[in-house]
Design a protein around this ligand. Sequence first.
Ligand SMILES: Cc1cc2nc3c(=O)[nH]c(=O)nc-3n(C[C@H](O)[C@H](O)[C@H](O)COP(=O)(O)OP(=O)(O)OC[C@H]3O[C@@H](n4cnc5c(N)ncnc54)[C@H](O)[C@@H]3O)c2cc1C
Length: 332
Amino acid sequence: MRPFEHLTVQAADEAIQALAGGDGGNTRLIAGGTDLLPLLKDGLVNPGRLIDIKPARALRHLTFDADGSLRIGALTTLAEIERSSQLAERLPLLRQSVVDAATPQLRAMATVGGNLLQRSRCWYFRGPFDCWLKGGTVCYMRDGENKYAAIFDQGPCRSAHPSDLAPALVALDATVSISGPAGSRTTPVAEFLAPPTNDERVEYRLRPDEMVTEIRIPAEAIAGHGVYLKAMDRRAWAFALVGAAAQVTILDGKVARARLVFSAVANVPWRATAAEALLVGQTLTPDLAAQAADAAIAGASPLAHNGYKVPLARELARRAILAAANLWTETN
Ligand SMILES: Cc1cc2nc3c(=O)[nH]c(=O)nc-3n(C[C@H](O)[C@H](O)[C@H](O)COP(=O)(O)OP(=O)(O)OC[C@H]3O[C@@H](n4cnc5c(N)ncnc54)[C@H](O)[C@@H]3O)c2cc1C
C-alpha cells in the first residue's frame, strides 16, 4: 500500500472544501471503508489523500417528512435501515434489500452512499488482470469464467452490479442529492448509476470534487407495497446471483404503479419497463405476473456459464410481483 494523507472532517461543507483543495482524482472520501479499503489494499485505487466523513453526523439520518417522503442521509448505515421499525412497517422493500447484504459486522459499517458507489465484484476487475473496466482493452468476463456475469449487454463490460440496495432505490424512484463546489444537484438514482463508458469506466456519474449527501424517496412510491427477493449460492454472506425488487400500488383493484428492478443482471440495476407496462392498469393475477416475468427477461443474452440467471430472474420476478401485491392485500 502506498502512503497517503488522512484527514477527518465534521461536516459536508468541510468535505467539499477538502475535495476542492485536492488534485482531482487523487483525493477520496472514506465512509465505512468496507469497499474502499480492500480496493486500496489491492492497489486498484491509489489516493494521495483520504477524507474521513464518518464524523459528519448531520449526514446520518432516516427521516419521514410531513409530506410522506423519506430522506436518508448518505452516512446512514445498512444496519440502521435494517433496524428501523418505521421502515419495516412503511417500506418493507427497503429494509428487505439490506437484511441479506454482506454480514452484520459489515452492515454496521457500510453506508448508503458507499453502497451506491461500490465497485464491481468481477474477479477480473478485482484480480491481477488488465481488464477493460480498469483501463485495458478486453472484458475477460465475456469469454472467461462468467458464472456471475451480467445477462444483459450494456456495453464493453459484462460485470454485474453488486448492490442489493440500489435496485430497491430505483424501484422507489429515489433521487440522490449531490453537493460540490458549484452547489447542489439532484438526480434520479436510476441515472446516477450508469453503465461504464470508454470515457467513464465506473458505474456511477459523480465528479471527483462532488459528494453524495442524501437519498430521497417520494411519498407516491412509499404508498405502494413491495418486496426484495435475493437468490444467493449460499444462505448468508453472499452477493446476489440475482435479486428482484418489486414495488406495486393497487388502486380500486388495478395496478396503478409498478416497478420491477433486478440486481446482478446488468452493469447497473436493470429496470424491467416492459414488465411494468404489462401490469399497469390491470388486475394482478398469477397469469399476469407470469407474463410480466417473461417480459422482464426478454432480450437477455447470457454467456457460456451464466444461462441459469435467466430462469432464476424470471422466477424471482414472478414471485416478487405476486408477493408485493399479496402484501398490499394483507395489510388492507
Ligand atoms: C465481504 C463483503 C460482502 C458484501 N456483500 C454485499 C451484499 O451482499 N450486498 C450489497 O449490496 N453490498 C455488499 N457489500 C458491499 C457493501 O455494502 C459496501 O462495501 C458498502 O455499502 C460500502 O459502503 P462504505 O460506507 O463502507 O463505503 P466506502 O468503502 O467508505 O466507500 C466506497 C466508495 O464510495 C465513496 N464514498 C463513500 N461515501 C461517499 C459519499 N457520501 N459521497 C461520495 N463518495 C462517497 C468512497 O470514496 C469510495 O469510492 C459487501 C462488501 C463486502 C466487503
